[in-house]
Design a protein around this ligand. Structure first.
Ligand code: SAM
Length: 329
């Protein structure tokens, strides 16, 4: 699909055929499985100032927290009991978690037999290498937008070229590498989203996370409208069509924008769900946007509901690590 074809689809009012096509491709390429990843949001301290994000350093209304080693361990033990095979450790850019602290946490997660995804933002090559040497398997670093000018406006003090460099460093270090974007950002054009999708292919991503921008009252973007569910869904479906065998989460932001959003995304190309296993009081404080769904610490009954939802669309929860098929081949 070339850029013009992508743009035409992004402009469609009714994209049902595209959703059906993406669903068919996902089932042919990845099977009728949904991979679960247990998400631990272990720190909401952040030194960055992304103007869309509720935990940016300038927001004084956030109660900041860091999970202790014990709290992380408790979350992991619960994840293990629930049968999770993969953990995602996500946090703001928090220098308290220096190389030594981070590597110790990584070793603990790996000693319990999980596959581990990190999502810690921009780090030095040495840090990425140390995490990899300690056992981390995967890394998620959304490019957010490939429109460099827009990127610079949204991220004061940050450097688009560095973010790009980080993504390539992660790939070169052998991580299963995930990237992605927000859709419906103020100032983002349909053309730039088409470029983003082509970028996913160029970078040969193993995972792509797509979420609508959701406006947060304590950020400079508070007066801008949220992105639409439909646009995020079209980008999800197009990404599946262009990259048939990658992992694509049905993101929390999609469920936040629309009840059943997760299920709709799973029927339109997505094949991963990331239930939040952060202790409930802290998950509330990880308020990157308002009304974040799925922040109740997961228990057996909510997992059963999720299983039912997944069964209702003809899928099962996968029992393996959900390793990128690029690495399995
Ligand atoms: N610090 C890490 C990083 O920069 O990749 C990980 C944490 S960051 C909070 C995780 C993701 O949250 C970002 O990649 C961004 O796309 C998403 N996010 C932040 N604020 C958002 C908002 N207002 N609406 C939708 N997504 C948002």
């Amino acid at each position: 699909m070339n850029k013009n074809e992508i743009i035409e689809i992004l402009k469609l009012k009714d994209a049902d055929d595209i959703y059906k096509k993406a669903d068919k491709i996902r089932r042919e390429s990845c099977g009728n499985f949904v991979h679960l990843r247990g998400l631990v949001e272990f720190s909401n301290f952040c030194k960055r100032n992304c103007i869309y994000c509720g935990i940016n350093s300038k927001n004084k209304n956030v109660k900041r927290y860091r999970l202790s080693e014990k709290e992380i361990l408790n979350a992991l033990q619960r994840a293990d009991k629930l049968g999770f095979k993969t953990i995602v450790l996500q946090g703001g850019e928090d220098d308290y978690f220096n190389i030594n602290r981070m590597c110790k946490i990584i070793e603990n997660v790996k000693s319990l037999g999980f596959a581990l995804t990190l999502s810690l933002g921009e780090k030095t090559k040495e840090e990425y290498k140390a995490y990899k040497d300690s056992g981390a398997d995967r890394y998620l670093l959304r490019i957010e937008t490939t429109d460099e000018k827009l990127y610079q406006k949204l991220h004061p003090g940050a450097d688009f070229k560095n973010r790009l460099k980080c993504i390539y460093e992660l790939k070169n270090l052998g991580y299963e590498t995930g990237t992605g974007i927000m859709t419906g950002l103020p100032g983002q054009s349909i053309e730039s989203i088409a470029n983003d999708i082509l970028f996913f292919k160029k970078v040969e991503a193993d995972m792509i996370g797509i979420g609508p921008f959701i406006s947060h009252k304590d950020t400079p973007l508070k007066d801008f409208p949220c992105g639409t569910f439909e646009l995020a869904l079209k980008v999800t479906a197009l990404t599946r069509i262009i990259l048939p065998d990658i992992n694509i989460p049905a993101t929390t932001a999609m469920e936040t924008l629309l009840k059943n959003g997760r299920k709709i995304a799973l029927k339109s190309g997505a094949n991963v769900v990331m239930p939040n296993i952060t202790p409930k009081t802290c998950a509330k404080k990880y308020s990157i946007y308002p009304n974040k769904q799925g922040i109740n610490a997961l228990d057996t009954s909510s997992l059963n509901l999720l299983k039912e939802e997944i069964a209702s669309i003809g899928d099962r929860i996968s029992e393996d690590f959900g390793t990128s098929l690029h690495y399995k081949k």
